[in-house]
Write a protein that binds this ligand. Sequence first.
Ligand code: NAD
Length: 420
Amino acid sequence: MAERSIEIALIGAGVRGVEVYGELIRRHPLGARLVAVADLERGRAERAAQTLGGGITAFDSGASLLSAPRLADAVIIASPDRTHADLAVRAIERGYHVLLEKPIGISEREVKAVAAAAAAAPEVTVTVAHVLRYTAFFRALKRLLVEGRIGRLVGIQHTENVAYWHFAHSFVRGNWRRADQAAPVILAKACHDLDLMRWFADAPAVAVGSMGGLRWFRADNAPAGAPARCTDDCPVERTCAYSAVRFYGERQAGNTGWPVSALGPDTSPDGVRRALREGPYGRCVYRCDNDVADHQVATIEFANGVVGTLVVAALTALNTRTVKLVGGHGELRGHMEKNEIEVHDFATGEVETLQLAHAEGGHSGGDQGLVDDFLHRLDQSRAGQPVAAAATSLAESIDSHLMALAAERARLERAVVAMG
Ligand SMILES: NC(=O)c1ccc[n+]([C@@H]2O[C@H](COP(=O)([O-])OP(=O)(O)OC[C@H]3O[C@@H](n4cnc5c(N)ncnc54)[C@H](O)[C@@H]3O)[C@@H](O)[C@H]2O)c1
């Protein structure tokens, strides 16, 4: 008798839901099957149900999918930040295993509600999409630390180089531009980085400070004569680094995936032009309603004395993470995009350069690694075994979120926040 497929329900048929999870599940060798998809936007769930395979039931919201009789082994929650905690709690209470997009929630109360629901349902696995933990690059850095290649870890210097164009797309014009609608950038973007720092330090944080703010993408930096939309004959179109006409229309010409797919379903040149004229992505970056910080630095002290700094930078050409880990007798320097790690040995003065193999797929192979791990663990339940916990426990994922929320408080209150 053929083995039953692992059945998955998807909440949020947007970029992550369809282009990442939907596609990875459709092609997965373990025999997983999407059985339901939910989206608030009329037509999106139906379209996804058609493109991702046959026999998929479409629902008009995450809440309606979760109120139906249980219809899958697991639920993937890939809806916007503000919906995560509520949907995750409902899914856990219904007995679904959960793959939850970050952030877990956007406040301490929400994050703790998910933790409480998970604690009350130990038979359920809750996996947070901290995809960087599943990359060969960050795993190699962790292995070098554990092997003692630099001695005891003393400091972490980590930079999330968001890239000027990516920041303009997501955090000035796009869905993550306002802290009251999504999460502050240090949580929305850098919970990954704080999770990595906590993993490297191997201890919880005890104090967090932070400075920074919205320094560049604001009206007082607008070039003279720049209209509200890049499509309205902007006089600086040819020289502006952020011209939507040139970015989406020229530099991204021919790309039908992210970031162009975020503009709407019609990614043809005409469709893109229309979206720029009418939608949020055609707005001048200096005249949006954004408020999240575009340059922020956080300082974190961990319980074992390790001290880390995190820079979250919009104004950078790099679109990757760079990190330096310093120990008593050596230093590790990593560049994620280049897949390169330097091991500096203070005693010999030697430098070993490790060039890792190029990783295919989103987030340097992290998306694939996360889905593989999640499905493998669900596969155990098909064999009648209990589902193993995720490599990254929910408790550790929550630590990174509490660090991010503490950093945001520290920034706004110009204080150092002690962590309980
Ligand atoms: N792990 C990562 O590295 C990573 C990367 C990018 C985005 N994300 C996270 O993934 C999530 C989705 O991001 P995206 O880029 O796919 O956004 P998106 O806007 O493209 O997709 C979200 C979809 O959810 C739908 N939706 C809204 N409310 C809903 C509800 N109550 N029930 C069902 N559907 C609902 C929207 O209509 C939309 O289609 C976000 O929380 C984001 O922060 C994580």
